[in-house]
Unconditional design. Structure first.
Length: 567
């Protein structure tokens, strides 16, 4: 079986393809990969494919290639799309690649994909070579798996499999870090960024300030001791927040674009990103609904946050399931009685609530490991039989205070700097220590074995250790692990958390105090989605958040409390 490579209308592109062939395929065993052919017009390609109808081919077409020598001027993109679409349909064993000079517009991109064409931009020589190499390898793979019946007859069988081109994916980004907020739609093709478009969000200064103020009011009330009166105030504040948010999200163009995209069968809306400034970070953007949608965006689509620190963070997730995931669990349960919390520079008397579900949460990771090792379903804590674990679980180490061993902080430092973990999961308490610049130093509380004392580990110090590790994901299963202003002004109050955001790819924590049992249930739901169903972080977050959401209880905004940040 032979694989042909044909380049149409571009001598420079032909040179690139020839270099790929020479380096990777010339003289190699297996299906014969013919040296690339340099063809000037599209009509000649039809002749070549008819001559070799039983073979496989990769046809690489310059956007400006003409049909024949009599054609006047260059064909427009719509004409080229139509021509190549017909060609692709007629020759299913041929992979057709259209090489573009500039990013296509959004609707053009959808039309190109509907024609089942592969695409590459001519402004990136490295990407061109890598992508074309992969396409030729795919054609070789097709030839290797050529059906025996087809080989005997020498004619293409009806069973010949047509492979769809790489999926078109869209990430919809709410950009609230700029003076005039917008919804920006980023389109990816085969995992590579291709084109984008922006739609304004109605975010005038007065309306946005009202949203900030309303959000801050909810934040402040949510931190008050629970009572009937508090619940009433919280319900009223959430209603106000929703009313203001609805006005912000009332842009007709934005709603039209969203509805078109949500209903699109060709381009897949894979996730939302909420990009904020540090000043706007505490705002409850997770509560925003688009148009007349009954539920907030975060409950309908996988969604994550990013804080804009002057350099736009990446849009694509880089979570890999290919290697076993190593997990470090830090169990930091301290006595509930008043404690003297000792840090490097001071001592502070603090009381903490008991955490009766700490050990259940720690056992979750042992259950994950055992289920994966034995190929068994993951048993949930409520006794419900789950499903097998899909994502490979490597090491699971549980770190806790142990008598006659060094302090927990010293052992944590050693574990992070000497071992290779992918996930760090902290279970315990935190508290915020005010700093002179009106920010807060978030501190983790670690047991010492003394029932009257505990150790404080600053998030600044933890971040320093994490920078020397391979950790991709930090989960802070504790109250106010991702703190907000709470009435003291709208800002990202924890300077240490801000530093953590910039140092670790993915962070998950809670805005407010969370009941211990609810925190455990959320963690179990989240890791079940991450490991059992092999979801990405934001999809696992969405599914776990849904289990916190009670549409009949508007005064229970606990589903807003979890925050997932990617940088």
């Amino acid at each position: 079986m032979t694989v042909h490579t044909i380049v149409i209308g571009d001598s420079d592109l032909y040179d690139d393809v020839y270099a790929v062939w020479e380096a990777e395929f010339e003289g190699k065993t297996g299906p014969a990969v013919r040296a690339p052919e340099d063809v000037r017009y599209l009509e000649r390609v039809v002749d070549r494919l008819n001559e070799n109808v039983a073979d496989f081919a990769v046809v690489i077409v310059n956007q400006r290639a003409k049909l024949n020598k009599t054609e006047k001027g260059e064909p427009d993109l719509a004409t080229m799309t139509e021509r190549l679409g017909v060609l692709q349909q007629r020759y299913p064993r041929t992979r057709i690649v259209l090489c573009l000079y500039e990013e296509p517009r959004f609707q053009q991109m959808i039309a190109l994909h509907a024609a089942r064409l592969a695409l590459v931009l001519l402004n990136d020589a490295r990407m061109i070579r890598e992508y074309l190499l992969q396409l030729i390898r795919d054609a070789v793979r097709d030839a290797l798996t050529y059906d025996a019946e087809d080989a005997a007859t020498g004619h293409p069988s009806a069973k010949t499999k047509e492979e769809a081109p790489p999926e078109l994916e869209v990430i919809a980004e709410f950009r609230f870090h700029i003076p005039d907020p917008e919804l920006r739609l980023h389109m990816f093709y085969g995992g590579l960024p291709l084109t984008a478009k922006s739609v304004p969000i109605r975010g005038d200064t007065v309306l946005m300030q009202r949203f900030l103020d309303s959000s801050n009011e909810v934040d402040k009330i949510a931190k008050e001791p629970p009572s009937v009166a508090t619940q009433g105030k919280l319900l009223s504040a959430m209603i106000t927040l929703d009313e203001v948010g609805t006005q912000i999200m009332a842009s007709g163009d934005m709603i039209t674009e969203y509805e078109r995209l949500a209903n699109e069968r060709i381009a897949k809306l894979v996730r939302f990103r909420i990009t904020t400034s540090a000043e706007r970070y505490p705002c409850l953007f997770e509560a925003l609904r688009i148009g007349a949608r009954p539920r907030p965006v975060v409950l309908e689509h996988p969604t994550y946050r990013s804080v804009f620190f002057g350099q736009d963070p990446r849009l694509q997730l880089e979570w890999s399931h290919s290697n076993p995931v190593n997990i470090l669990v830090v169990v930091a349960n301290v006595p509930a009685s008043p404690l003297t919390v000792v840090s490097e520079k001071e001592q502070l008397s603090v009381s903490f609530k008991p955490l009766p579900f700490v050990e259940e949460e720690a056992k979750l990771f042992n259950r994950l490991k055992r289920a994966y090792d034995h190929g068994e379903p993951l048993d949930r804590a409520d006794g419900e039989l789950g499903e097998p674990v899909k994502v490979a679980v490597g090491r699971v180490d549980i770190l806790r205070y142990e008598h006659n061993k060094p302090l927990l902080s010293k052992r944590l430092k050693k574990a992070l700097t000497e071992s290779q973990y992918d996930i760090v999961h902290f279970i315990g308490h935190t508290y915020g220590h005010p700093l002179p610049n009106n920010t807060i130093d978030t501190r983790l509380v670690l047991p010492t074995g003394d029932p009257t004392a505990a150790e404080a580990l600053t998030l600044f110090q933890l971040t320093t250790w994490l920078k020397k590790s391979k950790v991709q994901f930090v989960y802070l299963s504790c109250c106010s692990g991702i703190p907000t202003a709470g009435g003291a002004g709208v800002t990202l109050t924890s300077a240490a958390v801000a530093q953590l955001f910039r140092s670790i790819p993915v962070t998950l924590g809670f805005r407010w105090d969370v009941f211990d049992e609810r925190a455990f249930e959320f963690a179990e739901d989240f890791y079940t989605e991450l490991f059992v169903h092999a979801c990405d972080f934001d999809e696992a977050m969405q599914r776990a958040r849904l289990n916190l959401y009670d549409p009949a209880s508007g005064s229970e905004p606990m589903w807003v409390s979890p925050v997932l940040l990617l940088q």
